[in-house]
Write a protein that binds this ligand. Structure first.
Ligand SMILES: Cc1cc2nc3c(=O)[nH]c(=O)nc-3n(C[C@H](O)[C@H](O)[C@H](O)COP(=O)(O)O)c2cc1C
Length: 334
């Protein structure tokens, strides 16, 4: 049952937005879907924070009918917090619950969360079994890395364990925790996982276009592809029609999408949060453009949504200053 519905969700549109903390909230998810992204996963929510009814966690855990089907993702290190948090998300209307087993951030793995779940496969199996039993028919999915480090490349072992305990689908970002975002993602690991299990596998890592996503599917056999960093500031990447537009049509399309994104941010976030979110996405939307000297200082000082929109109108009209490739490199997290 869970497996059938996850297959339907993945099959409808196969290239989809990856979860990214503090970016893939409801506003950006809706924009990505509007541009053509398939089934999206929300940014990570800490299970303990949700169980303790932290205000921000509760806010992130809201699912509105207008979101469409959305997988809600949890970070956690034990069934004691992950099970009640997953039940909260099920009740809230999540179409699937995804467990983050890939976050490499030291302050997360230090507490046994994120990629640390790949180290102790037996304990993680018991956590996933408890989640499986609690969630009934609701799809349960996981997002993994290639392993903890070069000495423990265990994506295949973890995937087999997950299939055995009843996980419905797996996303693989094939770098190890130790690699974080360095070097090229070794896509052959995705193919290794595809061949090892019967449940659908989503490939992820360094994809910057629909053509590259199709190539990843052909080369690895994965059922869908997640795109993360390349979609920041470029959600139109999911739209095949955009690729065929001339420069003028693209400019008009981009301005409309950015305007609608800013409208959604204003509608869905508190006024203070809204300006912060708009500034964050503004920097991405205009990255790679020729900027006036000191523009980051100007961006920092923007205080109202109207100011942010005016700066977007001005800067988006400037010519590109760097190649698309260098622009992608600018988006890499530190
Ligand atoms: C800023 C940022 C935040 C991220 N937050 C999450 C997250 O909350 N949950 C998750 O599973 N992965 C997270 N990731 C990892 C991405 O989902 C993805 O696996 C990774 O960026 C590789 O894909 P890409 O090369 O297409 O960006 C994050 C990545 C970035 C850059």
């Amino acid at each position: 049952m869970g497996r059938d519905s996850i297959l339907q969700l993945l099959g409808a549109r196969t290239v989809r937005l990856a979860p990214m903390a503090s970016f893939t909230n409801a506003a950006f998810r809706r924009i990505a879907v509007q541009c053509g992204s398939g089934f999206v996963t929300n940014e990570e929510i800490d299970a303990e924070a949700l169980v303790h009814r932290n205000r921000f966690a509760l806010e992130m855990a809201r699912v509105e009918p207008a979101d469409g089907p959305v997988a809600m993702q949890l970070l956690g290190n034990s069934a004691a917090s992950l099970v009640p948090a997953a039940l909260h998300l099920a009740e809230a209307g999540a179409a699937a619950v995804d467990i983050n087993m890939g976050c490499p951030t030291p302050k997360i793995v230090r507490h046994g969360k994120g990629a640390a779940l790949m180290r102790d496969v037996a304990t993680t199996a018991s956590i996933l079994s408890a989640l499986r039993a609690a969630l009934g028919d609701l799809p349960l999915t996981i997002k993994i890395r290639g392993g903890w480090d070069e000495s423990q490349p265990n994506a295949v072992e973890v995937a087999r364990m997950a299939e055995d305990v009843g996980v419905d689908a797996i996303t693989v970002h094939p770098r190890t925790r130790a690699q974080r975002f360095g070097g090229r993602a070794p896509h052959q690991v995705i193919g290794d996982v595809v061949r090892a299990v019967r449940i659908p596998v989503t490939g992820n890592g360094d994809i910057t276009s629909l053509a590259e996503a199709r190539q990843m599917m052909a080369e690895t056999g994965c059922a869908s592809v997640m795109v993360g960093r390349a979609a920041l500031g470029r959600p139109w990447l999911f739209d095949e029609a955009y690729e065929r537009m001339d420069a003028e049509a693209r400019g008009a399309y981009e301005a409309r999408v950015v305007g609608e994104h800013f409208d959604l941010i204003e509608a869905l976030c508190s006024p203070r949060q809204a300006v912060m979110q708009m500034k964050k996405h503004l920097a991405l939307y205009v990255s790679g453009r020729q900027h006036p000297r000191g523009w980051r200082g100007e961006l920092f000082a923007l205080a109202t949504p109207t100011d942010v929109r005016a700066v977007y109108d001005r800067l988006s009209a400037a010519p590109l200053a760097v190649s698309e490739e260098r622009r992608d490199a600018e988006l890499l997290p530190a």
